[in-house]
Design a protein around this ligand. Structure first.
Ligand SMILES: [Zn+2]
Length: 320
């Protein structure tokens, strides 16, 4: 008989939570610019850790590792990726934390945070790079850290809509922690906007809109790295307090932005998947407010700039 853990993993793989944030283009551009902001010591340590890296994919390595589960992508057959997956079977949950929209801080989100969420994993990477943990090597820690600092700034990676689907024709969005907790247990959530569809196509999806469409909309003229570089001096990217509290502060900012990103959306009929144990939300038809993408693209842009500066800030704080 297969173990419960195996069964859980199979189920989780069959319904991977969250797609790829900020697209490869966003992650790669942020890391390119962040490297130009490093202190000489940080630059030297980063270069040393990444030396001999045959795969030029630091910022998207963690997404490519996830592809291996589907037997796809350039890391299929890669021994290092295989070892990583074996050691960290829950790596695919590291990219996000599904908090209710009304939550005011990461610490207040009891019942929604986990040991394998984006905040905990950023902190683990920091601890590894500080030389205080040997959970993985510096190269892995850098790849994971750089990727997750990008992810945590995508609002849909820090929040989820939880729905009362008593009447599936009229699903009701719940935002308060106490109302969301029982819905979370029933898994009646949109998984960071992944189950919210504003059109019939596969990617007419709220999460994909944030991952791809808004990034695409930002690049009207020039290249994304140049756009980020030019915007850096105009945005306050500083994070107060100790370095190990930064990730939870960033998650708190993202959930507030997610709340604003859900405002004005009309929720139409919900299709439930009843093949498993208890119904799950397969899709909810939504109507976005007029001009939604144009309004939210500036939010996405500011988040990309913050993530860029903060990737460098973390590394500079570790290696001043
Ligand atoms: Zn990711």
């Amino acid at each position: 008989m297969k173990s419960f853990r195996h069964l859980l993993l199979t189920l989780l793989c069959a319904f991977p939570s969250h797609s790829y944030s900020w697209a490869d283009q966003g992650h790669t551009a942020m890391w390119e610019v962040a490297q130009s902001l490093l202190t000489p010591q940080a630059k030297q340590r980063v270069d040393a850790a990444l030396a001999g890296d045959k795969l030029d994919m630091t910022a998207v390595w963690l997404d490519r590792v996830r592809d291996v589960g589907k037997n796809e992508g350039p890391l299929v057959g890669d021994a290092e990726a295989a070892d990583f997956i074996k050691a960290f079977p829950f790596h695919f949950t590291w990219h996000y934390v599904d908090m209710p929209l009304d939550v005011k801080s990461y610490q207040a989100a009891t019942g929604f945070t986990t040991r394998d969420d984006v905040v905990q994993q950023i902190n683990l990477c920091i601890t590894v790079l500080e030389g205080k943990s040997a959970k993985f090597d510096a190269r892995t820690a850098l790849r994971v850290l750089v990727h997750l600092v990008g992810d945590i700034h995508q609002p849909m990676h820090c929040a989820s809509g939880f729905f009362d689907v008593t009447d599936p024709q009229h699903p009701v969005l719940q935002t308060a922690l106490d109302k969301c907790l029982p819905l979370k247990k029933l898994k009646l959530e949109d998984r960071g906007g992944n189950q919210l569809f504003f059109g019939p196509e596969k990617y007419d999806q709220m999460h994909a809109l944030w991952d791809f469409e808004l990034v695409k909309k930002l690049v009207v003229v020039g290249s994304l790295p140049k756009i980020l570089k030019d915007a850096l001096p105009k945005i306050n990217t500083t994070t107060p307090g100790a370095i190990h509290t930064w990730a939870e502060q960033w998650a708190g900012e993202s959930v507030a932005l997610a709340k604003a990103a859900y405002a004005g959306i009309e929720f139409g009929p919900c299709k439930l998947n009843t093949t498993g144990k208890g119904p799950k939300i397969e899709r909810i038809e939504i109507k976005l407010p007029a001009g939604y993408a144009d309004q939210q693209k500036s939010v996405a842009g500011a988040q990309l700039v913050k993530a860029t500066a903060r990737m460098a800030a973390v590394l500079n704080a570790i290696w001043p």
